[in-house]
Design a protein around this ligand. Structure first.
Ligand code: IPE
Ligand code: IPE
Ligand code: MG
Ligand code: MG
Ligand code: MG
Length: 296
């Protein structure tokens, strides 16, 4: 299967899963509708694919990881819903359509986001087949890995730093620190979760963790480059926002050339960690190339 077919089949798998699972008969129908709007369709499903591709190296099939993949993608979608709120990046456009708060109102943007975060964890924590396949101890490790990536010292903390750094002069180290927290922590966690589910040894976990963190930095560097070089139409989200909001990006402090150099050197470093693992991860390697070469 070619990589674009692989991505497409993962996206379909996850979207169908979300479509099945996002039914809450006792919840307000408006909330269910908003949650479906914010999470089904449109996204690249890179994080689910990273989990599947890491799992594949340990002979795990995507189906067995689906509750976790669906949960991760919905949690990621929550982060985008909140990221777009007027009090955050104030973005009207996401995944080729009006952002959730533009379609459902600002309070629903906050509350649907909250519910997506919570229910995302429930997908895999309350799935008895998933629990019995991987065992409670492993599921606890998966949960803690995600909590670390998302919480105060992960994505949420990174989003705070990102907002605080707007219009400020910041160092290169600070920019890297922000990228690591707001974006790379979750990307790393997806890769590590694949290894935890596959019962990788300590060395494999360490190498995949380093690889994932560096790949996550590449992901944000590329996102920042695309913000300046691609169109809103192609991206499906408003281009040129980072300059308008004076975001703390490497491009703003050191220029586009420097950012491109940082992307390619960070990518090489990431691959060197992957190359040190005896087991082979052909999909993960291909997916990494996609992350740095993508057009949207
Ligand atoms: C965008 O993530 C937010 C960042 C962390 C840069 P994606 O580019 O993965 O967004 P979707 O899921 O494909 O819409
Ligand atoms: C978002 O970074 C990171 C998140 C944790 C959601 P951006 O603010 O650059 O993401 P986009 O460009 O709006 O997707
Ligand atoms: Mg942001
Ligand atoms: Mg944003
Ligand atoms: Mg961006």
């Amino acid at each position: 299967m070619k990589l674009n077919e692989y991505l497409q089949s993962n996206a379909t798998l996850v979207d169908e899963y979300l479509s099945r699972k996002l039914r809450f008969p006792s919840a307000p129908s408006s909330l269910e509708e908003a949650m479906r709007y914010g999470s089904i369709g449109g996204g690249k499903k890179v994080r689910a694919s990273l989990l599947f591709a890491a799992g594949e190296g340990f002979s795990l099939d995507p189906e067995s990881l689906l509750p976790l993949a669906g949960g991760i993608e919905m949690i990621h979608s929550f982060s985008l819903v909140h990221d777009d709120l007027p009090c955050m990046d104030d973005d009207d456009y996401r995944r080729g359509k009006p952002s959730l708060h533009r379609a459902f109102g600002e309070s629903m943007g906050v509350l649907a986001g909250d519910a997506m975060l919570i229910e995302g964890f429930r997908f895999f924590l309350s799935d008895t087949v998933f629990l019995s396949k991987f065992g409670e101890k492993t599921v606890l490790s998966l949960t803690n890995t995600l909590l670390d990536a998302l919480g105060t010292e992960g994505m949420v903390g990174g989003q705070v730093l990102d907002l605080e750094a707007e219009e400020k002069t910041v160092s290169r180290d600070t920019v890297h620190h922000i990228m690591r927290m707001k974006t790379a922590a979750l990307i790393r966690a997806c890769v590590v979760c694949g290894a935890l589910a596959g019962r990788g040894d300590e060395e494999e976990l360490m190498l995949l963790s380093e690889f994932g963190r560096l790949l996550g930095e590449c992901f944000q560097l590329k996102d920042d480059i695309l913000d300046l070089t691609a169109s809103s139409h192609i991206l499906g989200k408003t281009a040129g926002k980072d300059v308008a909001q004076e975001k703390a990006t490497l491009i703003r402090i050191e220029g586009m050339e420097e950012a491109r150099d940082a992307l390619s050197s960070t990518f090489q470093k990431a691959l060197s960690y992957l190359g040190r693992i005896e087991r082979s991860f052909p999909r993960l390697r291909e997916l990494s190339c996609f992350i740095v070469e993508r057009k949207k």
